[in-house]
Write a new protein. Structure first.
Ligand code: AHN
Ligand code: ZN
Length: 305
């Protein structure tokens, strides 16, 4: 395998810490506003073309969410493109917390929100700051989209709230119906969601296998060749409602989800335990290194006759 530029896991970890330090990044709050500005500034500094897609989403309870999808583009002129995504907003309710008195407080979302963004920011840095021609990605284009308003679904501890799929993932639904570039197309997409917990296991998620089985195979094979088989496990799991579903169904881009789900999300999920304590550099390293390697392989394949 062609060696990829190094994924600096300390840097990815710091990018998660910086998000968490702002507090919960819930739409219509100051930490949310600051986080968006921080992402735009960082991605621009890494040499990517950056834009914010601003929109108003209507939440399940009719709250208007002032939302921003953050979009960064590398090699804008390249025809063969790959889409990388994660959601950056955090959940307004710790509705799964064991302490029932704190279930209407927002969560810090170190893993749920923070981890995917942290990995993608470091991928952007590693690619954008690369100065050696032999390691430059120059034959494919990459787009990173940080989706907003993914996690504003109704509280699930209330009996009257039957699970409403389309109440989640408002940013990806908006983007899939209003792409940032006319005729935007990508070969495939990779979504990261909750990719930072200690001993996380990423299984073959149902919708990923339905819409993009060859992409799943490519990513899992690459991870296993790199020695990350402990994390990327060849075992199927349920179909999940997440941003990749709308990219597949509405935008028609075959997109997979790298997500920790095995009968349930981890016990940190939508609780106050979702803080820096559950974040593992080892896990982040496995995901980030795999992602960079997939991109370098794609770049090498694009130059072969
Ligand atoms: C479900 O609750 C099945 N999907 C929501 C996806 C999600 C929430 N990912 C992170 N937080
Ligand atoms: Zn969530």
């Amino acid at each position: 395998m062609h060696p990829a530029a190094k994924f600096n896991v300390d840097s990815a970890y710091e990018y998660i810490k910086k998000q968490v330090a702002l507090g919960p990044r819930v739409p219509n709050t100051e930490p949310h506003r600051k986080a968006a500005e921080m992402f735009l500034a960082m991605l621009e500094r890494f040499g990517w073309q950056v834009q914010a897609q601003d929109f108003e989403a209507v939440a399940y309870n009719k709250t208007i969410l002032r939302s921003r999808n953050i979009i960064a583009t590398y090699n804008p002129e390249a025809k063969r493109r790959i889409l990388l995504a994660a959601h950056w907003d955090t959940r307004p309710y710790a509705d799964m917390d064991p302490d029932t008195t704190r279930r209407r407080e927002p969560i810090l979302g170190a893993n749920d929100g923070g981890s995917g963004v942290g990995v993608l920011l470091e991928v952007a840095r590693a690619i954008g700051m690369q100065q050696y021609d032999s390691l430059k990605i120059n034959h494919i284009g990459i787009d990173i989209i940080l989706f907003d308003s993914e996690d504003y679904g109704p509280p699930e501890d209330e009996q009257q709230n039957a699970f409403k799929p389309d109440a989640w993932c408002l940013g990806s639904q908006y983007w899939a119906k209003n792409k940032h570039r006319e005729n935007y197309a990508a070969y495939y997409g990779i979504l990261l969601d909750m990719v930072g917990a200690h001993n996380a296991r990423f299984l073959l998620e149902g919708h990923s296998m339905e819409y993009a089985p060859s992409v799943v195979k490519k990513v899992w094979d690459t991870a296993n060749q790199l020695g990350f088989g402990k994390y990327f496990v060849y075992q199927t799991t349920s179909s999940l409602i997440d941003d990749h579903l709308y990219i597949n169904q509405l935008a028609g881009i075959p997109t997979i989800n790298i997500i920790q789900y095995e009968n349930s999300f981890g016990d940190f999920w939508h609780t106050h335990r979702d803080n820096m304590d559950i974040i593992s550099k080892e896990t982040l390293y496995a995901v980030g290194t795999t992602l960079l390697q997939v991109l370098y392989n794609e770049n090498a394949a694009a130059v072969e006759p």
